[in-house]
Design a protein around this ligand. Structure first.
Ligand code: DX5
Ligand code: ZN
Length: 232
């Protein structure tokens, strides 16, 4: 397991939601070989979000293929009964939604207690104040720039201000600001300028490529990174 070390450089985190579900191992190897910094894993329960993906067993199965950072985004409710299983599966970062239940504080304690970096995610309609009293117990704040549940949705521009506010709120704390949804070379710079450092990208990384033709993955990652870095 690679423990994520803290820095504010731009990280590109391809979401395997946009990869070939029959070939996750090779898809992960391909995007890592072509410049991915983290691997973003979208867990959905058909209850908190209107879509279903996979659970801890699948995370455990793909873990050996991930040489970078396994960034697990839990779009599930409840969260607490599954933390141990996702920690055992080898997650480096476990992110729970502030909207997923009444006790996000306890959930974050449990994630750190399991020896995993803790992330908190905010839906587009959730204000920054919802994480104000959580800042000393998180390693990452994920700002959803689409409503969670599906890849390929349109970026919600109102979230730019949210990232700016969070960046100020965080100050010098070692907390990553991650953005998730609708990120491509045109939206990445807006968020990098606002203060985001971890960019989750599904469709815009995997488009045009495949495990047998992964060169476009590298071109896509480089284009997004270049656009983001130029905006800082
Ligand atoms: C949405 C997921 C995202 C999604 C992003 O619920 O959390 O990680 O895969 O996909 P794109 O980049 O296609 O919007
Ligand atoms: Zn996600």
């Amino acid at each position: 397991m690679t423990a994520p070390s803290f820095d504010r450089s731009i990280k590109i985190a391809p979401s395997i939601l946009a990869a070939d579900f029959a070939d996750f191992g090779r898809e992960i190897q391909a995007v890592e070989a072509h410049g991915a910094d983290w691997i973003h894993v979208d867990v959905m329960d058909g209850h908190f979000v209107p879509n279903l993906t996979f659970g801890p067993a699948m995370c455990k199965a793909i873990r050996p293929h991930i040489k970078t950072v396994m960034d697990v985004h839990l779009m599930i409710s409840p969260v607490d009964p599954y933390i141990e299983a996702f920690a055992d599966a080898g997650a480096d970062i476990l992110t729970a939604h502030v909207e997923a239940g009444p006790h996000i504080h306890r959930t974050l304690q449990a994630i750190r207690g399991a020896g995993v970096k803790a992330g908190v995610a905010l839906n587009p309609g959730t204000p920054t104040e919802s994480v104000e009293y959580l800042l000393d117990m998180v390693d990452l704040i994920c700002v959803m720039t689409v409503n969670p549940g599906f890849g390929g949705q349109k970026f919600i521009h109102s979230q730019i201000d949210k990232v700016k506010q969070l960046r100020e709120m965080i100050g010098d704390r070692p907390i990553h600001i991650e953005i998730d949804g609708g990120i491509d070379p045109t939206t990445a710079p807006l968020m990098a300028a606002a203060g985001a450092d971890a960019l989750v990208v599904g469709s815009a990384v995997f488009k045009g490529g495949s495990v047998i033709n992964p060169v476009p993955y590298g071109e896509n990652i480089r284009a997004i990174r270049a656009a983001a870095e130029a905006a800082r």
